[in-house]
Design a protein around this ligand. Structure first.
Ligand code: ADP
Ligand code: ADP
Length: 237
């Protein structure tokens, strides 16, 4: 479970990017985060994985107070947070399998991962994940030989290979066509349900957010202006 409590962020340069944001996400819930450019969506995501240190408030992941962690502890905490990116962030020259395995070591140890021999259990797990995202037959292809939708499936499998407690998903479909976007959103939501994994999806496409999220939070000028089921989101929001 993720709990955000009174989160605020003021950047040195000036404006309040976030003010008094509070919410909880239970296991398996997919939260669509929407709002205009500059609303604070990226800042919120970055406060959760501590790429940004919030000015006020706390972030709890299960029993772990992420805002209070020192640098050494932070690395371990980030292993519990799976990240999925707009531009996939794959290592293009490496195979699909190698990209998925890299998730096991987290983003800090990314390059080192290829100097190690992976335990058979990790490899078996990576194959299971590739099967789940529909890429079994592409395991040995280079990432740069895949389509955008396939690359994002690798990104999903890599995030899951960390065995995360939370998924943070940043504009996962921004580089994809509408049909592929729906397939990717459906896959993420199904996997979250199966695993009881909570997720925050930063998504600019309100229609997609409504179609696939269990719940929507709307941010505007750093504040929560909507928090509820997609069906209650009005047309003009
Ligand atoms: P969104 O992701 O919704 O577009 P952001 O979180 O990127 O919103 O930005 C929220 C506000 O914080 C904006 O006013 C933006 O200009 C400001 N901001 C974001 N990052 C920084 C930064 N590193 N330094 C100063 N201001 C920032
Ligand atoms: P996104 O598309 O994720 O909202 P942006 O293009 O808004 O990202 O921002 C790109 C980078 O610039 C981010 O690292 C963000 O924190 C930083 N940034 C955004 N707004 C400002 C700002 N007003 N001052 C300084 N840095 C900013």
């Amino acid at each position: 479970m993720l709990k955000i409590d009174g989160l605020g962020k003021t950047y040195k340069a000036g404006d309040k990017a976030l003010s008094d944001v509070s919410f909880e996400i239970p296991k398996g819930q997919v939260l669509g985060l929407i709002g205009p450019s500059g609303a604070g969506k990226s800042t919120l995501i970055r406060c959760i994985n501590r790429l940004v240190q919030p000015t006020t408030g706390k972030v709890w992941l299960n029993d772990l107070n992420i805002t209070g962690l020192r640098t050494g502890e932070l690395r371990r905490a980030r292993r519990q947070i799976g990240m999925i990116f707009q531009e996939y962030a794959l290592v293009e020259r490496l195979t699909v399998m190698e990209n998925v395995l890299s998730g096991r070591l987290g983003y800090v140890g990314f390059w080192r991962s290829f100097l190690r021999k992976f335990p058979a259990a990790d490899i078996a797990n990576a194959y299971r994940l590739l099967d789940r995202v529909g890429l079994m037959q592409h395991a040995d292809k280079r990432a740069d030989a895949l389509s955008g939708g396939q690359r994002q499936r690798v990104g999903i499998a890599r995030a899951l290979s960390q065995n995360p407690e939370l998924l943070l998903v940043d504009e996962p479909t921004a580089s994809l066509d509408p049909k592929t976007s729906r397939q990717i959103m459906r896959l993420i939501v199904e996997i979250c349900r199966e695993r009881g994994l909570p997720a925050i999806i930063n998504i600019h496409d309100v229609v997609l957010a409504q179609q696939f999220s269990d719940r929507i939070i709307g941010l505007q000028a750093g504040r929560v202006v909507f928090d509820g089921p997609p069906s209650e989101l009005s047309e003009d929001a």
